[in-house]
Design a protein around this ligand. Structure first.
Ligand SMILES: Nc1ncnc2c1ncn2[C@@H]1O[C@H](COP(=O)(O)OP(=O)(O)OP(=O)(O)O)[C@@H](O)[C@H]1O
Length: 363
């Protein structure tokens, strides 16, 4: 299984008088793209990343990255011999060194060849040219974090671990740094494991989603598909929704709208300035989807799609229910009152019309 990441970790934290915790994970992850690790606080996300890095002792451990065994019975590469980058919530830069000094230090420490071209490429990718001579105390939180990511990239890792890299930043700084992470995903062919609490970040960045619950893998799979499942302990409440990947088919200048095609049909949405044929991700929140039995007449709603009820599940709010809808080859989710589900006599297999109030481009 070259090109994959095979993991098996078992860690026990005894807790005298409290609840002991066991991380018990045995799975295979994709060897490319961004895998988001998602789960409630205390589900074991950081412990799992620490196992990857060899920072956490495990009772049982096996780690094979792209065909290379980093850990198995009788073998455990020490942390500094594992070709990985680790980015934490707070950029852990040396305060007495400039950004450039921090990068040089990391390169020397890794003892690896680091060609000038790679340094230039990484500095430009992370947009840190203007701050190279500044010290961490003279940079914004977002700039510091970009330097920390650049530092991780310069050791030419085979795997990048990111533990809530945006969690300490305010919303504006998060928005500023997200495009850099997208470029990182598209320009560096390296698997990234990305721990996040934020479904917005997951929707925007992830290709694959690993859900942890109580130290175990609750589920994993393709990110858009995972977000449409009702059987997972995602508990996103108002933020429940799906992500669809589509292509810009038409841009209407008069109305500033764009027509986007996806595997389940077409949607009109506010033109986000994306060029024709460009691949984009859109997010449809379940609360913005209502259902009708007939293709109704006049309405202000732009998007109305024929769908089939695939499943009905509970919501975190007792008055509400989630309805998973098959829409061509994709799924969308509607959040309705339980009364409406009853009133429309919704059952799996029933054909209805989904009216979508708002579709947002994920950016
Ligand atoms: N060194 C340790 N000794 C004992 N228990 C620990 C240790 N490290 C973590 N734990 C416990 O293991 C469980 C998982 O912790 P972990 O930090 O991996 O969770 P997490 O999913 O990353 O949480 P959060 O989202 O809050 O960061 C928690 O119950 C935690 O208290």
């Amino acid at each position: 299984m070259a090109g994959t990441i095979q993991i098996q970790f078992r860690v026990d934290f005894p807790s005298p008088g409290g609840n002991p915790f066991r991380l018990d994970v045995n799975t295979v992850l994709p060897g490319r793209g961004i895998t988001a690790i998602f789960g409630r606080s205390g589900s074991g996300k950081t412990t799992l990343l620490r196992c990857f890095a060899g920072l956490q002792q495990a009772d049982r451990a096996r780690l094979v990255v792209g065909g290379e065994t980093w850990q198995d019975e009788g073998l455990s590469l020490p942390t500094h011999k594992r070709p990985l980058g680790y980015v934490f919530q707070e950029a852990s830069l040396f305060p007495h060194l400039s950004a450039r000094g921090n990068l040089d230090y990391a390169i020397k420490r890794a003892g690896a060849e680091c060609p000038g071209e790679l340094i230039e490429r990484v500095v430009s990718l992370m947009g840190i040219g203007p701050v190279l001579d500044r010290f961490p105390g003279q940079m914004s939180g977002g700039e510091r974090q970009r330097v920390a990511i650049a530092r991780a990239l310069l050791i030419r890792p085979r795997l990048l671990l990111m533990d809530e890299p945006l969690a300490s930043l305010d919303t504006a700084r998060k928005q500023e740094i997200l495009p850099y992470l997208e470029r990182l995903r598209s320009e560096f062919d390296m698997p990234i494991l990305y721990v996040s609490h934020s479904i917005d970040e997951v929707a925007r960045l992830a290709d694959h989603l690993l859900m942890l619950d109580g130290g175990r893998v609750a589920a994993q799979g393709d990110m858009p598909e995972m977000l449409s499942r009702l059987d997972l302990p995602l508990r996103l409440g108002e933020e429940t929704g799906v992500v669809l990947e589509g292509r810009v088919l038409e841009r209407n200048e008069q109305w500033h709208l764009a027509r986007v095609g996806f595997a389940g049909g077409e949607l009109w949405l506010r033109d986000g300035g994306d060029a024709l044929d460009r691949q984009i991700r859109v997010r449809i929140l379940a609360r913005d989807v209502s259902l009708a039995l007939e293709p109704q007449g006049e309405t202000s709603i732009l998007n109305r799609l024929p769908v089939e009820v695939a499943a009905i599940g509970p919501d975190s709010d007792e008055a509400m229910a989630l309805v998973r809808l098959q829409c061509g080859a994709r799924h969308i989710v509607a959040r309705l009152t339980r009364r409406s589900v009853d009133h429309l006599q919704l059952v799996p297999g029933k054909k209805v019309w989904a009216q979508i109030k708002s579709v947002a481009i994920v950016k």
